[in-house]
Design a protein around this ligand. Structure first.
Ligand code: GTP
Length: 420
């Protein structure tokens, strides 16, 4: 019996982590499922598709194997992905679809396309709809997102300053790795044959803190039981979007006990703004053992919008993080209070909701010292009464848009002259 919807597994992971190896292993392992494969490659020639064809029963001309080349399905080829899925569904019947994304793909936008569609698709939705009576995305059901991590290159990738182009966007390897770890249901820690047990434990401990929800499976040469990555029913968009360790830490800060390999996290909170120069200096010399930091902060002199901090490995990014509610008319504020009573309880009589909240995750971090450093970067009593606009401020300026939407791209620390 064919099912009404086709379940989909998406394989992500850094370049060379072992995605194609996992896929080939899967196709060579007997399952009852008739599997179709979509392989995305950045190059003009789809090398990965060639390798799948070479190492499995599927041939390159087979309609079971769809190639999307010369771009990435998480950005410029999002529309093409939907088109390909529609064509695939029209052309033949199959039980299961596995998508191998490029090494630079972020899993979240791919999952979004599969669950919500993409409005810039060239596809005439009526064609598919007329023939099948359903929308393309409703034909497929994202079942499992899998991230393949190269255990051998783990720390090197984390600390790498190397960046890659994905369309027009530059992405550095460390933050891609973090994104791929933070958004997945199953994590295959691959190339375990090249790493000793102690290092594997250490990597696993870091992954568990970055992503507490995923099932972690150690693999060698991509060999995994198909049941672990097919038809698991593990994907849930809400849960997946909320599952990053830093988000969990914000929701429910736990007194993180010292783990065996010293991976811990803590939340820094302050109702005083950061001094722009002292905080910039602190970011210039951000300790290397802090591998992840995420949150929003209040910068003295920026009373309209919050800034976001996004540290992953060697990359430090600053983003607009929304208007402070304190800038809104009282009427609108009271609507927020009704919806979120906590807001009113924590409202500061003078500064409203302006405050900083940063999650810090790292190895062997001394919480007291790091906490004290951050505290020192906030304003002193005297500075609280000074003219904040007179402080030197190298942080990026993000425009405030009337419709509440924040304009402006993220800026790297380099772009704002914070690093090096
Ligand atoms: N020693 C060892 N080598 C592996 C393992 N898994 C994969 N490899 C090798 O690592 C290389 C990269 O593997 P791929 O499967 O091509 O990796 P990928 O993630 O598909 O790479 P891209 O498509 O370039 O992003 C190949 O030479 C594989 O044979 C493993 O567990 N151990």
């Amino acid at each position: 019996m064919r099912r009404e919807t086709i379940p989909v597994t998406v394989l992500s992971g850094n370049l060379g982590a072992g995605k194609t190896t996992v896929l080939n292993n899967l196709l060579n392992t007997r399952t009852d499922l008739d599997i179709a494969v979509l392989v995305n490659d950045m190059g003009e020639v789809n090398v990965d598709a060639e390798r799948v064809a070479e190492h499995s029963d599927i041939s390159e001309n087979d309609e079971d194997l769809i190639e999307l080349s010369d771009g990435c399905i998480c950005c410029e080829l999002r529309g093409d992905l939907l088109d390909a899925l529609a064509k695939l569904a029209q052309a033949r019947e199959f039980d299961y679809l596995v998508i191998e994304s490029t090494g630079v793909a972020e899993p979240l936008p791919v999952a979004q396309t599969l669950t919500m569609g993409f409005d810039q698709s060239d596809l005439d939705p009526t064609d598919f709809y007329e023939e099948t009576g359903i929308e393309v995305m409703d034909y497929y059901e994202l079942d499992t997102t899998v991230t393949v991590v190269d255990a051998h290159q783990f720390w090197t990738t984390f600390d790498s300053k190397e960046s890659l182009m994905d369309g027009d966007t530059e992405k550095d390897l460390g933050s891609l790795l973090v994104e791929q770890i933070e958004f997945c249901d199953v994590l295959l820690l691959n190339k375990c044959d090249l790493v000793d047990e102690e290092t594997l434990d250490e990597i696993e401990e870091m992954i568990e803190v970055l992503q507490p929800r995923a099932k972690i499976i150690r693999t060698e040469h991509g060999a995994v039981d198909p049941e672990a990555i097919l038809d698991t029913n593990r994907f849930d968009f809400e849960e997946a979007s909320q599952s990053a360790g830093w988000m969990q830490e914000l929701k429910e800060p736990h007194a993180s006990a010292e783990e065996e390999h010293g991976v811990t996290s803590f939340v820094f909170e302050s109702r005083r703004p950061f001094h722009p120069e002292r905080f910039a200096e602190l970011l210039d010399e951000f300790p290397a053992n802090v591998v992840r930091s995420k949150g929003h902060f209040w910068l003295a002199g920026r009373e309209e919008i919050a800034l976001g901090l996004d540290v992953a490995g060697q990359s430090i990014r600053l983003t607009p993080a929304g208007m402070w509610l304190a800038t809104l008319p009282e009427e609108e504020q009271s609507q927020y209070f009704k919806a979120y009573p906590d807001l009113e309880e924590n409202w500061h009589p003078k500064y409203g909701d302006r405050a900083s909240q940063l999650v810090i995750i790292g190895t062997d971090i001394d919480h007291d010292i790091r906490h004290a450093d951050l505290e020192t970067a906030t304003l002193t009593d005297e500075e609280m009464n000074a003219n904040w606009d007179a402080f030197e401020d190298r942080f990026p300026r993000f425009e405030v848009k009337a419709d509440d939407e924040q304009a402006g791209d993220t800026e790297t620390a380099e772009e704002m002259g914070l690093a090096d």
